[in-house]
Every structure is written in C-alpha cells, then in structure tokens.
Design a binder for this molecule. Structure first.
Ligand code: SF4
Length: 443
C-alpha cells in the first residue's frame, strides 16, 4: 500500500494594513510549496505564523500578548513552529527572538520566499530553533511565489513594495526598505489568475501605490490596463501619495468604468508647519488643490484620509488648521490617530520639549473624531434613498443580513442570503448609523 500522505497545516494570523494581507497570502504560497494547507484553527496547525505591524506601539503590544497565548498549543504539539513575520519582526529582530518566549523564527518582509523551506528544516531537525531572516533585498518582488487567497471577495495585488519617502513619523522605509515596483506583465498575469479564481474586485497595493513606475509604465497606465482585464468589474488601489496624483491618473479614474470612484488621500495634518516637520512634501494649499482636481475629474468620488494629531511641535493653531482642512474637504471617511513615537524614526530626534502631552493629544483626538463623525453623518444622511451596486462580502452580524460595499466603499447591511457572497446586488440605502448603512434590495 502506498504511504498515506500526512497533511501539513499552517495557521496565519495577520495584523496591520492591506499590504500585510497580501504578504500573508504570499507566505501561504511559500508554505504551500512544502505541502502546507492553511487552516482556521491554530490548535490543529504544525506551523503558526503571526504577521505583524510596527506602525504603532499599541499594535506591537497586542502582538506580544497574542504570541504568549499561542504558546498553549505547544503543549499538544511539541514540534510546533512559531514564526513572527512582518514589520515588527524586522524592527525588533534579535530582541524579539531573545526576549519573547517560544518564538522560533523571526522573518522580515523580504524573506517570505524562504519561509516554507525554513519551517520544514526546523520541524525535521535540520535547523535549530531561533532563526532570523532579516536581510532587506532590493530585488525581491516575489515573482513566482503564488498568492494563496482564502478570504474575502477582493484580490489584493501588490504592485509595489517599500517606500522612498522619509516621513519623519513613519517606520515603514526602515522595515520594508526602498520602493520596488513589480513588472507590469507579472501584475497583469496575477490579475488574470485572480479573475480565473472567481474574483471580480481587485485592489492594487503599494506603500505609495501611485508612484509606481516600471520602464515606461506609470501608475495611470497600469491602472487602465488592470481595469481592462476581462472579468474585472471593480478596481481600487491604496495608498496613494497626494503628490503623485497625476492628471492622467484622475483621467483613468474618470474614464474606466471598472475603477471605483473612491480615493484614499492621507493628509496627516492641515498645518504647513507640521507638514514640513513630517516631511510630507506638500502644503495644505497643494493638498486642497489636489482634492479639487480629483473632485472635478471624478464627480461623486468618495474621499478618505489619515490624520495624526499631537505630532511633536503641534500648537493649538496648527491643530485648528487641521480641523479647518477637515471642515473644508469633508472626507467620507477618516482614520484618526494621535502621534505614537516609534524608535528608529527621525521624529524621535525632535527636541524633547516639543513632544505634546498625552492629555493634550488625547483631547485633540477626541475633538477631531467628533468633528469627523458629524461630517460623516451628514454626508451619509444626504445619500439615503440612493441606489448602489453592492458586492456582497459575508453574512452581517444581524441574523438574516448580508454585508457588502458600494462602488464608493460604503458598507451596507441588508436582508439577503449568505449564498450571495461574491455577487452583486442593487441596493437602496434606507438608514445610516453614521459610518455604515442599512439597505434593501432594490431590484
Ligand atoms: S509615504 Fe511616508 S507615511 Fe507613507 S509609507 Fe512612506 S514614509 Fe511612511
């Protein structure tokens, strides 16, 4: 009788941004080459991967707690391998290995190709536990490593890795290295493969995705080509840098019906003084001009942003400038944070006396949240009754409802069948909680 193949199982838990979702899918691909299938339950896994984020201290603290909890599975599976990957792994490196019990592998964002081999060598005794893979590799774009997608209705397609900017608050360039852009033919091949697997919504990912350039391809050209792939019904992209919003990119958004009228434009602050200290390379006026250009070119576009309050040196006047910019733009959505100091970033070298107290930054955060919520409630209230095409993602929390997104990215729950997952329904928006909607099928 031929030997019964032993099923190898990997559990991957992802923290942080969409780039990390894409990276987890690549890690699933690297492990699959060694015969690992991804499972939903860590208790049944031979290898557990915790893919981490380093953007804020809070994110790292959560991960450390979670690594502690996952150790419990070692009791039943002594040969379990626990790998910590991603930006926090890259940032902490040897510290993480030495000071966190039970971590077997620490691997940074350019090392996932080797993950499957390393796990196997460790499980079968060829390598001792306690390995680090942290070299940044300017050429690693993961060509040939398949992204194995298991969740959601969106195919996340990474087109660019790393970042050439040096915003002074941000750890990303130090843990992910400089900007690397994929070959457009590889991107288009991945999009076609995703369509063949049943995806109709594609989201292009990059740290400053619209600075994409490969030979004579720029982002606008890539976006148009992706939008024209047969079977692609929706294309989104994140995160663009405001300085790289070209007229051509806006034209593609307007002309290609598959490109969703939605744009995330991180402003971070409305004060020129603070923007300069952050090295964002634009003024508030230039940002507002970009917003005008986008709104003129793509009527009805939904805009979202990121804001940091309490950046070192931010005065009440600077903070007022941020509030004023938010009042002026009226973003559909906003991700609002208070400044969190990250070791290894240039902002740590700003004069100590400039650091804003927790009390002040906490109060500013509450104020900015309250302002944004009010604006969002008004915007969303004003579109009640309108009808949208919604891509159904999953059952909603409320029994009998499903949840999906409109073309502008608004989240809607409405009565429906879980079997509608990954199909489009025409939905009328009937009420709003502020950030999200309820609706009914309109036809
Ligand atoms: S553009 Fe700035 S904030 Fe964005 S990843 Fe690069 S350094 Fe970080």
């Amino acid at each position: 009788m031929p030997p019964v193949p032993v099923m190898r199982r990997a559990f991957i838990e992802t923290y942080g941004c969409q780039m990390n979702i894409g990276d987890s899918e690549l890690m699933a691909g690297s492990l699959a080459r060694q015969g690992y299938v991804t499972v939903d339950d860590p208790a049944s896994a031979d290898v557990i991967v915790v893919n981490t984020c380093a953007i804020r201290e809070h994110a790292e603290t959560r991960v450390l707690g979670r690594i502690g909890q996952l150790q419990v599975h070692r009791r039943d599976r002594p040969d379990l391998v626990l790998a910590v990957t991603g930006c926090m792994a890259q940032r902490l490196g040897a510290d993480l290995l030495e000071n966190t019990a039970g971590v077997d592998i620490v691997a940074g964002p350019d090392s996932y190709r080797k993950l499957g081999d390393l796990v196997d060598e460790m499980r079968f005794g060829a390598l001792p536990r306690g390995q680090m893979l942290l070299a940044l590799d300017e050429t690693e774009a993961y060509e040939g490593v398949p992204a194995i997608r298991r969740e959601g209705v969106t195919a996340w397609v990474t087109v660019q890795r790393g970042c050439d900017h040096r915003c002074t608050f941000c750890i990303v360039p130090y843990v992910r290295g400089g900007e690397k852009n994929r070959d457009p033919s590889a991107v288009l091949r991945e999009v076609r493969d995703a369509v063949a697997d049943g995806y109709t919504e594609v989201s292009l990912l990059g740290q400053t995705v619209n600075s994409y350039r490969s030979g004579d391809w720029d982002f606008a050209r890539l976006l148009r080509a992706v939008a024209r792939v047969d079977g692609v019904r929706r294309v989104r992209f994140t995160s663009p840098h405001p300085n790289d919003v070209t007229d051509e990119m806006v034209a593609v958004m307007a002309e290609e019906s598959a490109v969703c009228p939605q744009l995330h434009l991180p402003v971070q602050s409305g004060s020129d003084r603070v923007l300069k200290r952050m090295v964002r390379r634009y003024t508030a006026r230039q940002f507002l001009d970009t917003v005008d250009r986008v709104r003129e070119g793509v009527p009805g576009v939904a805009l979202s942003t990121d804001v940091i309050v309490g950046f070192p040196g931010e005065t009440e006047e600077d903070f007022e400038a941020t509030l004023s910019l938010l009042r002026q733009v009226r973003f559909d959505d906003a991700f609002l944070y208070r400044y969190s100091l990250r070791e290894g970033t240039p902002a740590t070298r700003l004069p100590e006396g400039d650091f804003v107290s927790e009390k002040t930054s906490g109060r500013r955060l509450e104020e900015v949240i309250s302002l944004h919520r009010g604006i969002q409630r008004e915007i969303n209230g004003s579109i009640l009754g309108s009808v949208h095409e919604v891509l159904v993602e999953r059952p909603a929390r409320s029994a009998g409802d499903v949840l999906g997104r409109t073309e502008t990215g608004k989240v809607v729950a409405f009565p429906g069948d879980p079997g509608w997952r990954n199909t489009y329904r025409t939905v009328r928006l009937t009420s709003t909680s502020g950030p999200t909607f309820r609706g009914v099928v309109a036809s």
